[in-house]
Design a protein around this ligand. Sequence first.
Ligand SMILES: Nc1nc2c(c(=O)[nH]1)N[C@H]1C(S)=C(S)[C@@H](COP(=O)(O)OP(=O)(O)OC[C@H]3O[C@@H](n4cnc5c(=O)[nH]c(N)nc54)[C@H](O)[C@@H]3O)O[C@H]1N2
Ligand SMILES: Nc1nc2c(c(=O)[nH]1)N[C@H]1C(S)=C(S)[C@@H](COP(=O)(O)OP(=O)(O)OC[C@H]3O[C@@H](n4cnc5c(=O)[nH]c(N)nc54)[C@H](O)[C@@H]3O)O[C@H]1N2
Ligand SMILES: [Mo]
Length: 764
Amino acid sequence: MSTRIEKPAKAGGLSSLQSTMRQVMRSQKARQNIQNLLRVNQTDGFDCPGCAWGDNDHGTFQFCENGAKAVAWESTAKMVGADFFAEYSVRQLNTQSDYWLEYQGRLTEPLRYNPQTDHYEPISWEGAIALIADKLKGLASPDEVEFYTSGRASNEASYLYQLFGRLLGTNNFPDCSNMCHEASGVALIQSVGIGKGSVVLDDFDKADAVFVYGQNPGTNHPRMMNALRKAARQGCKIVTFNNLREVALERFASPQSPLELLTPAATTISHQYLTPRLGGDMAAMRGMAKYLLEEQPEVIDYDFIARHSQGFAEYEVEVRATSWAQIEQQSGLTRAEIVQAARVFAASERIISCWAMGVTQHLHSVDTIREIVNLHLMRGQIGKPGAGLCPVRGHSNVQGNRTMGINEKPTTLFLERLERHLGVAMPHQRGHNVYEALKALHEGNSKVLICLGGNLAAAAPDTDFTYAAMRRAELNVQISTKLNRSHLQVGGDALILPCLGRTEVDLQMSGSQKITVEDTFSMVHASTGAAEPISELCLSETDIVARIAHATLGSGTVDWLALRDDYSRIRDLIEKTIAGFEQFNERIRQPSGFHLEHSAANLVWKTPSGRAEFRASQLPQSILPECTRHAEQMSDEPVLLLQSLRSHDQYNTTIYGMDDRYRGIKGQRDVLFMNEADAAELGVGDGQRVDMQTICNDGRERIVRGFQVVFYEIPRGNIAAYYPETNPLVPIDSIGAGSFTPTSKSIPVRVTASVNNAISLNLG
Ligand SMILES: Nc1nc2c(c(=O)[nH]1)N[C@H]1C(S)=C(S)[C@@H](COP(=O)(O)OP(=O)(O)OC[C@H]3O[C@@H](n4cnc5c(=O)[nH]c(N)nc54)[C@H](O)[C@@H]3O)O[C@H]1N2
Ligand SMILES: Nc1nc2c(c(=O)[nH]1)N[C@H]1C(S)=C(S)[C@@H](COP(=O)(O)OP(=O)(O)OC[C@H]3O[C@@H](n4cnc5c(=O)[nH]c(N)nc54)[C@H](O)[C@@H]3O)O[C@H]1N2
Ligand SMILES: [Mo]
């Protein structure tokens, strides 16, 4: 079967509205969901559980297709309870797809795994909490627990969670960020002394140029498209670097504009669109720097460099020493293309650089992000309106989680503030990130895994390894809204604790509670659910954490249950123990909340030298980590480099549907995007089924089968397929230098025709 695909001429527009309505209808709670959608990001409404993009004007309705899907997905009438688990054993559930598991509906009561029957069975909340507390109290060391967090948890829940973990005695806080923007945090702290983006949403109105590296906002940050569209219409030049031609970054129609909604009209987004090789961005940036230094030195801001930075001389030497041949070879772009982009960088007075997973999930991500900063420092493009750095965060509160202390390597300053206020010692030894947590579980050094949301089993790399690691946990506790793969990786004891979602009313002793979140622009604001909870047996995440903490530690140092009764008391405690939260409860009464001060945006550099740091690193000799590097020397068979990415119908491991509309894919996810010339060389045709095998020197075989080849406009040697289906291919030790992030965007694989052309995919 041929799959010759047809991409739409534009993104957004009417098809976006139609797709949303389909999701709303499928939720079986259409009325409730239309009310919900009108409350997203409104004053007294709830924060969109979709992405971390910010909003300026709380109160104006901003339509967002994928935000709407996230809301409708949570607010469904479908439920899974005791009957469901009596019907299906864990072994049977494990044969189902990720899509099927979550589609069964919301979890509605606490459950405990029974290894004798291989079924989950109801347990009381008291029983579940006591079981966890007993297990934790019986451990030889608090470092035998892994406290995982996914970025949807509120500030209040995650603050209590980290406080509990630390009072227990560990810094083991692996979180989704370790697989996501970790490299951004690491690089920005080294370069400018703070690990967050320096711009606010208003800056997009003032910028002359926006550079977008390795990000697909049409799908993953749809509200960002409004900012890009508005900027482009005002004459701001948008320069895109993406391995693929993502249609939204080419032409976007705003569903808010009647003309663009109802006619073929659309706004051209990118002034220039470059398609570098996977991992080629650093070389492209180095090329831009080289052009500026060697051919337009008059635009370099020597005054800024002298006043604010350190290390420029070494950097200049390194840039001059990098050859155009190396730059062209590694980036896959021509000198002329790079110079064209560099000229925009040279001609603009206010520049923003945005980036996401196409930059952060490589071996050399930290150096690549430091190169973005180098470019900005050279031209003084930080700390003034319309200019700065913008790592676009993923989960809606992943940035807030870090601010609250979900961090395996907390600063001494952070720990000392907690110690001063509470009068007890905090653990100072470094804890585990996701990589280290999985290793520790695998080796049996960690014995308990507690997950505050997320789906670690499906999100983490090297599926076999990850499953084995999770199955070795003596106790696996999942605090979740929906059934997923992580509940099914059981060996010892396991609990499913069902929690409220963000759209739902959170009623405690003092009345209905607000929670707070922090967006990608460091804006902190309140969120209040209004929908009736799906079940009386669902508790809020904050409540669950407080109960576990109380049962394990008692309430001598912290009165967990009193904090749980009234979340404004948690915010008072946050105010006293975390910098920047003065008058926390007062300031969230403002509809848009408040902005957390950003030192680098104020030209204050919290680096050891007190200055912004240039980084003079060489271009990497190889963009592959040690364990896969020998792939480059293999000459007998062509090796292709695979990136794993998101389709339009998914939220990370949650699959909403089987289409990827903007890439022209309908009804399937087992596709492999490939350049036609590469396919010809391999002797595979359009629509043919192929298998992929990772090239790795650790002796383990990693294969996924039956992917259908789709001819696509993609650089030669590069291929793309969806996550999480390709996670079995990412070796556990294939991680970014300095970030420990799985290199999900650079996996060397051998592609061969499927032996059985009709094999279907099954992750179970
Ligand atoms: N609807 C929806 N929204 C989401 C999510 C979701 O799954 N669904 N996930 C949320 C989360 S947690 C995150 S982190 C973000 C993710 O947001 P993105 O980072 O946009 O997510 P990906 O789909 O991984 O897309 C990576 C993009 O980078 C490009 N790319 C890959 N490798 C390279 C490279 O080496 N160089 C360049 N220049 N480009 C490259 C790919 O072609 C693709 O366009 O979105 C958040 N928002
Ligand atoms: N190969 C590859 N792997 C990747 C990536 C990639 O691009 N390629 N991307 C990585 C990135 S950027 C990220 S962020 C991670 C994502 O990793 P995670 O954050 O762990 O995964 P999610 O899929 O977002 O988690 C979905 C689950 O969260 C639960 N959930 C949803 N809402 C709530 C809530 O309000 N409360 C609670 N308690 N639970 C809730 C539901 O049960 C749902 O099944 O995956 C990473 N893995
Ligand atoms: Mo993410």
